[in-house]
Each structure stands twice: as structure tokens, then as C-alpha cells.
Write a protein that binds this ligand. Structure first.
Ligand SMILES: Nc1ncnc2c1ncn2[C@@H]1O[C@H](COP(=O)(O)OP(=O)(O)OP(=O)(O)O)[C@@H](O)[C@H]1O
Ligand SMILES: [Mg+2]
Length: 319
């Protein structure tokens, strides 16, 4: 684990935004900046932290934690499905094959939490699935469920969409959807199994798939703290019995803090102190170490310059 001194020393070097014009066409997401050039997409994980669909602050080492975690899971899941990775020229970067992304966020959940709980508790179906009565908040579902949503344009929220509707609207063929469904459930099963080895519960997650040269591939990110929720296994039962929120490895504490400040996604963003940002960094790094089961190794220094240098030599070599 990096020391608080190291994390603090990284504060002036956080990667907020990239502007590498030489890389190609730029797309800025909430957390990542990506560049497309011909058949490749260069995905750069920045240190931005998003909550309630807004970027609220930056956190030292967060981009590297996110990217390294994605690479960890992409490697573990290779036998289930081919993924988009071509190269990893820098700890914050994935060079990927540019895919035709299937415009559906493939969400899988094993527990009733987040938006699924909100829908269920107000009597609504969860992505078109009518669940039996009597389930509890944060309780385990009878089996993992697919609760897809549409991929929204920037600034809009994703909308839940039932599997029936995906097919009815012709977003994906029935054959391909079957393949996506089986793959997503298999990936989730792997995630649950691996998480359990490290005393964790994989609660829910989101996958994005794409087509590359006629094949279905796993794109975007997998089982990261931005796309998934993890709980601590050995306190789960106790917390549930006490009607408390399970211990989380994700950004829930930050979300809670923002809510306490009266922020729900609209209006001015509360100010994070450096102390708080260091705290969040520690939380992210230790979450990485628990999930991956190995130490997070990095060093203090300017991130943007390092990425630029690494990408320049990568492209030089690729020519
Ligand atoms: N291999 C790939 N080929 C093409 N597009 C990809 C690939 N992998 C990921 N993407 C796309 O790259 C973008 C990554 O950006 P990012 O996730 O940071 O932002 P976003 O999805 O626009 O917004 P959000 O912050 O809500 O996730 C997404 O649009 C994702 O669908
Ligand atoms: Mg995204």
C-alpha cells in the first residue's frame, strides 16, 4: 500500500483531462478520455471521480487503479470471451480494437441494491422483470439477473430496458442477444467466484460488448470500481440482520457524503479537501488490493507527461 505521504505527494500530479491532439479523434467520457485513430481506440483512464453522473473531484492514482483492475479482469476472463485489448503501453492506458459497440449496457446483479432496489421498492418491475414480493433491500436475489439499460447520450441518464423490448426494437438479433446473455452471466459467475476467494461479494456490474471483424468481443471495462459494486463478505450477514448498509468497496461513502452536503447531482459541486481526496485514494487503492489479491505498485510523478511519452513511443513502434 502506498503511504499517505506518497498519495499526498501525488496530488499536484493528478490527471484531470488529456489533450493529446496527435492521438486522433478525442472523446471525453466522465472518467476516461478516448481517442480513435483508424482501427484502434486508445482509452485513457483519468483520475476524475464521477458520482450521480457528474465529475465531482480528482483522486490521486485513481486512473491507474481503474485501468489496472480492468486489465486484471480482462486477463482472467480471456477464456470466456475475447476482449478488445491490443496493448497496454502505460498503466493508465488500454489500446483497444475499435469495435461497433452494442448500444446496451449489460447489467448483471445478484443482489437487490441501487436502482434495482429503488424500482422494486416502489412497486416497479426491474428492467422488465417482475420480482416476487418480500425481497429485502441489499438481499440476495434468487439468481443473478440481467437488467440491461440503453446507453444514453452524454448528460442523459441510462434508461432500463427489458430483454423483450431489446428484441422487439430490433436493437440486437435474438441469436446475438442469446450469446451476450450467456457471456454476461458467465463473466459474472467468474467475478463472483474470484471475489469470494478474496472475501468479497460481487454485487452487480455492467458490461459493454462490441462487434469486431464479425465477432462478439468484450469492450470498455470489466469489474472495475466504476462499473461494479463490491461488498465485504464476512460482515454482510451481520449488517443485513442489523438493517445496516453492507460494507462497500465502491464509491458509496463518497455518494453518502455528497448527499449529506445536499448534493444529488444538480447544482454546484461541494468542495473536497485534499485530506478527503487522500482518503478516497486510500479507499480505492486498498479496494484494488483486496479485489486483485496483490499490492498496488506505482510511483509518485507526473502522470500526463508519462502517458504522453509512452504513447509517443508506442505509436512510433507501431508504425
Ligand atoms: N473497444 C471499443 N471500441 C469502441 N468504443 C469503445 C470500446 N471500448 C469502449 N468504448 C467506448 O468508449 C467510451 C469510453 O468512455 P467512457 O466510458 O469514459 O465515457 P462514456 O461511456 O461516454 O460516459 P460514462 O462516463 O457515462 O461512462 C464509451 O463510449 C465506450 O462505449
Ligand atoms: Mg462508459
Amino acid at each position: 500500500m502506498l503511504s499517505d505521504e506518497q498519495i499526498s505527494a501525488q496530488l499536484p500530479h493528478v490527471l484531470n483531462v488529456t489533450k493529446y491532439d496527435f492521438l486522433g479523434q478525442r472523446h471525453q467520457g466522465k472518467v476516461r478520455d478516448s481517442y480513435t485513430r483508424g482501427k484502434i481506440r486508445i482509452l485513457i483512464a483519468t483520475d476524475r471521480l464521477s458520482c450521480f453522473d457528474r465529475v465531482v473531484t480528482t483522486v490521486p492514482f485513481k486512473g491507474e487503479v481503474l485501468n489496472t483492475l480492468a486489465v486484471h479482469w480482462f486477463t482472467l476472463s480471456k477464456d470466456i470471451i475475447e476482449n478488445h485489448i491490443l496493448d497496454i503501453p502505460d498503466p493508465n492506458v488500454i489500446v483497444a480494437n475499435e469495435c461497433a459497440i452494442i448500444p446496451i449496457e449489460v447489467v448483471v446483479r445478484a443482489y437487490l441494491a441501487g436502482s434495482a432496489w429503488r424500482d422494486y421498492s416502489s412497486g416497479r418491475a426491474v428492467s422488465g422483470i417482475v420480482l416476487p414480493p418480500g425481497l429485502r433491500k441489499h438481499g440476495k436475489l434468487p439468481q443473478p439477473l440481467l437488467t440491461p439499460s440503453t446507453k444514453a447520450e452524454i448528460g442523459k441518464h441510462d434508461e432500463p430496458i427489458g430483454e423483450q423490448e431489446i428484441l422487439a426494437r430490433g436493437l440486437v438479433s435474438a441469436l446475438l442477444w442469446g450469446q451476450i446473455r450467456d457471456t454476461a452471466l458467465a463473466l459474472f459467475g467468474l467475478g463472483q467466484k474470484e471475489a469470494a476467494k478474496n472475501g468479497l461479494i460481487l454485487v452487480d456490474t455492467k458490461y459493454e460488448f462490441g462487434m469486431y471483424e464479425g465477432r462478439l468481443v468484450l469492450a470498455d471495462e470489466i469489474h472495475t470500481l466504476d462499473s461494479s459494486r463490491y461488498w465485504v463478505a464476512d460482515t454482510y450477514t451481520e449488517k443485513l440482520a442489523d438493517n445496516e448498509t453492507p460494507e462497500m468497496l465502491d464509491k458509496e461513502p463518497t455518494r453518502q457524503w455528497l448527499l449529506e452536503q445536499g448534493f444529488k447531482g444538480d447544482g454546484p459541486i461541494p468542495t473536497f479537501t485534499d485530506e478527503h481526496r487522500i482518503d478516497i485514494a486510500r479507499h480505492y487503492i486498498s479496494a484494488f488490493e483486496r479485489i486483485a489479491g496483490r499490492p498496488f505498485v506505482s510511483s509518485v510523478g507526473p502522470v500526463s507527461e508519462r502517458i504522453e511519452k509512452n504513447l509517443e513511443s508506442y505509436l512510433e513502434g507501431a508504425r
